[in-house]
Write a protein of this length. Structure first.
Length: 389
């Protein structure tokens, strides 16, 4: 949990350190820098035009426009959700290449971690890891190590083995497991039975019927990788979103990024708007994937995709959680955890995570926030910038 602030951002020391290492090395050394001769066709064209008479001014402007900077935005459906990248680039060609690199990375992660692709690495683990240890990539192994860490600190509220129960629900056609099927599947749930061997970089399941799903933080991991790619390409202002998981790089050229938290019960409405710089934000809500089941007494039960590993059912006390953290993986994992734990236990857990803040909306519509979020502004009209859903 963090101290109050008007604009939420990563810790100042981290931003300053990042700035030092992002500057070209020549800028950190004393002495003048000799101009290099033009090397590319575009640079040679610009040099030649600079020496030509004024009648060629229209051609000079045309050549300059080829590299003119501006905002670049790309949208695509990947990982079963809407992916958006918006960035500023001084060179339009670099901006287009950077946006394409982000979408390419999202596709790569989807191919490796999708439980719906039979040839994905995750699907191979689920098929084989009870019969024998399965050697996995360093990326998957590292994510599973992080998953077990979150499971331990949350006392099982975060648990990637919930998938044994989660796969019994079909939210598109309104199917849920009966009590017998739920009880049988719950026997296969338990993070303590997920065995990792660092020496062989392998995974083994300790229970029959066990399976895992990385949906609890895979999108957060994806936006982290996307931001790292953009930083490597020299991009300083960007917003990458994968469904309810976003990360912003820098500010929006002189002002904070404004990221909205969707009103859980009004599709076009907004519960709050947060000004952000250099941070990650993740929102989990019971409105994303769900179906409603009417009861005999007229009551309605909402079955949604956020499953309590201890019960195999959807929690009822919370309808939306938004977490802000220095990285997307932490934000998403803690968001899922707080949804299961509820406001009291969830906010107590965040006291052990410096630099992390949260907004929790309970089933009565009340907002519960950490002290660091002093600028949460409840509102309904949709803002001019993107929505975090």
């Amino acid at each position: 949990m963090s101290a109050p602030r008007s604009v939420w951002s990563a810790p100042g020391w981290l931003k300053r350190l990042r700035g030092v290492f992002q500057r070209p090395w020549a800028q950190r050394e004393a002495g003048p820098i000799e101009p290099r001769p033009p090397t590319t066709e575009h640079e040679m064209l610009q040099t030649a035009l600079a020496r030509t008479p004024r009648p060629l001014e229209p051609l000079r402007r045309l050549a300059a426009a080829a590299d003119e900077g501006g905002w670049v935005r790309r949208d695509e459906a990947i990982m079963g959700t809407a992916v958006t990248v918006e960035l500023w680039a001084e060179d339009a060609r670099i901006g287009a290449a950077a946006a394409a690199a982000v979408l390419g990375e999202m596709h790569r992660i989807d191919r490796r971690m999708s439980p719906y692709k039979e040839d994905s690495e995750l699907s191979r683990i689920n098929r084989e890891a009870f019969a024998r240890p399965v050697r996995v990539s360093e990326e998957i192994f590292g994510l599973l190590e992080r998953a077990l860490q979150f499971s331990a600190v949350s006392q099982g509220a975060f648990d990637v083995t919930y998938a044994a129960v989660g796969r019994l629900y079909d939210y598109r056609i309104g199917v849920r497991p009966d009590d017998a099927a739920l009880a049988a599947a719950r026997a296969a749930v338990g993070w303590q039975h997920l065995h990792l061997d660092r020496r062989t970089q392998s995974v083994r399941f300790g229970q029959p019927g066990m399976c895992i799903d990385l949906g609890g933080f895979a999108k957060g991991h994806a936006v982290d990788n996307a931001i790292a790619l953009l930083e490597g390409l020299g991009i300083r202002h960007a917003h990458v979103a994968a469904g309810g998981d976003s990360r912003v790089l820098g500010d929006r050229r002189g002002r904070p990024w404004s990221v909205a938290i969707r009103d859980p019960r009004h599709t076009a409405g907004v519960a709050a708007v947060l000004p952000l710089e250099d941070t990650a934000i993740s929102t989990s809500g019971d409105y994303e994937r769900y179906f409603e089941e009417p009861g005999l007494g007229g009551e309605v039960t909402r079955h949604h995709h956020l499953i309590d590993p201890a019960t195999g059912r959807s929690p009822r006390g919370v309808i939306s959680v938004t977490v802000l953290a220095p990285d997307g993986l932490t934000a998403e994992a803690l968001g899922k955890t707080l949804f299961i734990q509820g406001p009291k236990r969830g906010l107590e857990l965040l006291e052990t995570f410096p630099g992390v803040d949260a907004v929790i909306i309970d089933s009565q519509g009340r907002l519960h926030t950490t002290p660091g979020l002093t600028d949460v502004r409840p509102m309904r009209p949709a803002p001019p910038q993107g929505e975090n859903t």
